[in-house]
Ligand binder design. Structure first.
Ligand code: FES
Length: 342
């Protein structure tokens, strides 16, 4: 039996064991989504008609009174009948638009490179190009474990036949210590799915061209590289201030790329920030927390957009810092790297 799910007048087939969000995205119908794990609430919908099974929707994200009021998490809930839903959170107005469809991907490892302390760049080749918005992520299936892990794409949308991931070793991690840092080799096949997530620029014809500030923690730099390069291709003179926060100088990577972007684009500024070390002699690295340095550096971010990617405490501090500098909440974009691998 297959049900029909409807949002914004668009209909997709939805199997009883398929999450509602998965059905829409595979059908090429946009619905706001971020974590796809039931923790962020971005995919919350109001069920206008029909019945759903909430499955493992956490009460922290979907409170009992919200369930009773007809709300559901689209990334967790399954249909028990045909249904009509409407998103209830920020971004609801974009639901029902056409989007790049979510697909299963059969990939092959084409390159593995150690780029910083406990950090690898992994490139996955595709047979068919993947259409995605720069900044989105893919999910990898960890062989033999039933575990899936999410990694942001560092490549731009025109680099659509090789997916670039930046992976940080997590002690004991099923995907990292026991796979990507132990045994994964060039030529291995890797099953994946994507694209996913809402951490991306508006389409070119809706892009306001506003100044951007980006703050990435560790491998949270990956999607920011994709976003910055995309924005600078659209407008080579765009003002972009990118902070990369890490513990020590050994954790920094892609400094050459950042230097090249700065040389080619006078509006682009890259700020490497070390939280646990003084800057090595002869470098312009800074010490502290990137969110604090932003507050010191920028008197007003009114009209700017903000892009935060990294550990949840850094993202939360960034939201506060941006608001303190008068950035409009609707222009604050965030991608939290939650430590599922731990
Ligand atoms: S709770 Fe569904 S996308 Fe985060």
């Amino acid at each position: 039996m297959v049900f029909t799910a409807t949002v914004g007048g668009k209909q997709v087939p939805c199997h009883p064991d398929q999450a509602i969000l998965d059905a829409f995205l595979r059908g090429g119908v946009w619905m706001p989504n971020s974590c796809n794990q039931g923790t962020c609430g971005t995919c919350k919908v109001r069920v206008l008609r029909g019945e759903v099974d909430h499955r493992d929707s956490p009460a922290d994200t979907l409170a009992p009174d919200e369930r009773a009021a007809g709300l559901a998490l689209a990334c967790q809930a399954r249909l028990r009948s045909d249904a009509v839903v409407e998103p209830s959170g920020p971004g609801a107005g974009t639901a029902g638009r056409d989007t790049h469809p979510l697909r299963d991907l059969d990939t092959t490892v084409v390159d593995i490179e150690d780029i910083a302390r406990d950090t690898r760049r992994v490139r996955l080749g595709l047979t068919d190009p993947l259409a995605f918005h720069p900044g989105q992520y893919v999910e990898l299936a960890v062989p033999g474990s039933g575990v899936r892990r999410q990694y942001s794409l560092a490549n731009t949308a025109d680099e659509d036949k090789v997916l670039e991931l930046h992976v940080r070793l997590v002690e004991g991690g099923a995907a990292t210590e026991r796979w990507i840092f132990d045994g994964l080799a060039v030529g291995d096949r890797v099953r994946a799915a994507g694209p996913l997530g809402d951490f991306f620029l508006a389409p070119a014809d809706e892009d306001g061209g506003e100044p951007m500030v980006m703050i990435g923690g560790g491998t949270g730099l990956a999607p920011l590289i994709a976003l910055a390069r995309t924005a600078l291709t659209r407008d080579p003179g765009r003002q972009i201030l990118l902070y990369h926060g890490v513990r020590g100088a050994a954790d920094l990577y892609d400094l050459d790329l950042m230097a090249r972007l700065g040389e080619t684009h006078p509006g682009f500024t890259f700020v490497p920030v070390l939280s646990h070390e003084d800057p090595p002699p002869g470098t312009a690295h800074r010490t502290g927390l990137p969110t604090d340095l932003f507050v010191d550096d920028v008197a007003s971010a009114r009209g700017w957009s903000g892009w935060l990617c990294g550990p949840p405490p850094m993202v939360e501090a960034g939201v506060k810092a941006f608001k303190r500098r008068r950035m409009a909440p609707r222009l604050i974009h965030r991608e939290k790297f939650t430590p599922a691998d731990a």
